[in-house]
Design a protein around this ligand. Structure first.
Ligand code: ATP
Ligand code: MG
Length: 321
């Protein structure tokens, strides 16, 4: 069942189309992600879905309610974790949660119990009386998430849940998202991290310059086309220049990732190693390792969009095709 359904949604700022005629659906119980580079229109889309921004044109339906006429109704059953926290700096972690709970109509006792239980879940009990402004980035993000789920929403919207926090906290947040989803919450998230998309999402929409350029199940996107092979070659020396000539010398081969000391070659046939080793040897390179690899979501993204995601957590220092 579709719990979110968006058709022909657009948003324009002046002459600039931030969201350009997008349509998609999110099924009840799934984790759906928008993956796209900075400025692609992810936050603008989320803001229209949650009623923070008026849609330009198009239709939104959430849990059977019209996203424009029934937004108040929708806001009761959704939770929102914005990219920048909406909590109060001068309240403690505990006070922030109790305050948000009261906004959703929880009574005093329930608010207290819920706040304490969420603080425990997010490992924030010890810091419960510290002011929000004194929290670290990761703690802030966790508390913002706790606040977003205090009323047990049916659908949770998360804008860039792991941006700007360390690897361990990001992992913890991904676990939390998975747990919530296992308990039945439908998740809509945006990210520019391949890793988030790959580890979390059941279905992914690639969004670039306001348009959805691909949308599919993660497993379908990742499925290796029959016959396709990808070989990763590593060396101590810089292979970038030598790599550019490979498609010319070995017809059918394509460079899908050109780092300096590591490149990836793709071909619709079995890649023979010996001729490649000879070629690199003639060019003065000694190959340290060559291995067949599975395609990554990043390969798929680059292939479909023609652009790389700037992705510090997954940056191998190479320039991408
Ligand atoms: N209120 C606004 N007025 C004018 N332009 C805007 C406004 N809000 C967003 N934009 C523009 O719309 C485009 C999409 O912005 P948006 O914040 O949706 O991108 P994003 O995909 O969330 O990017 P990021 O990954 O950096 O969060 C950007 O070019 C942005 O400058
Ligand atoms: Mg954004």
């Amino acid at each position: 069942m579709d719990i979110i359904s968006v058709s022909n949604l657009s948003k324009q700022f002046g002459d600039f189309k931030a969201v350009d005629n997008i349509s998609f659906t999110v099924k009840k119980g799934e984790i759906f992600g928008f993956l796209g580079p900075n400025g692609a229109g992810k936050t603008t889309t989320i803001n229209m879905l949650i009623g923070l921004m008026k849609p330009g044109t198009g239709a939104i339906k959430i849990a059977g309610y019209c996203g424009i006429r029934k937004i108040k109704k929708i806001q009761e059953i959704i939770g929102v974790v914005p990219d920048e926290s909406n909590l109060y700096d001068d309240l403690s972690g505990y006070e922030n949660l109790v305050f948000v709970a009261s906004l959703y109509g929880l009574d005093k006792k329930n608010s207290h119990e819920k706040a304490i239980s969420l603080l425990a879940t997010f490992d924030l009990l010890e810091a419960k009386d510290r002011l929000f402004k004194a929290y670290s980035k990761g703690m802030k993000r966790k508390l913002t998430m706790a606040a977003g789920i205090i009323h047990d929403p049916e659908i949770l919207f998360l804008d860039e849940p792991t941006t700007g926090i360390d690897v361990m906290s990001a992992r913890k947040i991904r676990e939390m998202i998975k747990d919530l989803n296992r308990q039945g919450t439908t998740i809509f998230l945006t990210t520019h991290y391949i890793e988030d998309a790959q580890r979390l999402c059941d279905r992914i929409g690639f969004i670039v310059a306001g348009k959805i350029v691909a949308i599919d199940r993660l497993d379908s996107l990742m499925a290796q086309p029959p016959g396709e092979n990808i070989m990763e070659i590593t060396s101590e020396s810089d292979l970038a220049v030598a790599a550019t000539k490979i498609p010319m010398i070995f017809p059918g081969m394509e460079i899908v990732q050109a780092g300096h000391k590591s490149i990836r070659i793709k071909a619709p046939f079995e890649i023979e190693l010996l001729p490649l080793l000879e070629y690199f040897a003639v060019q003065g390179h000694k190959i340290k390792e060559a291995r067949l690899v599975a395609r990554t979501l990043e390969d798929v993204f680059v292939q479909i969009t023609g652009t790389a995601l700037s992705n510090p957590s997954n940056n191998q220092g190479g320039k991408r095709k």
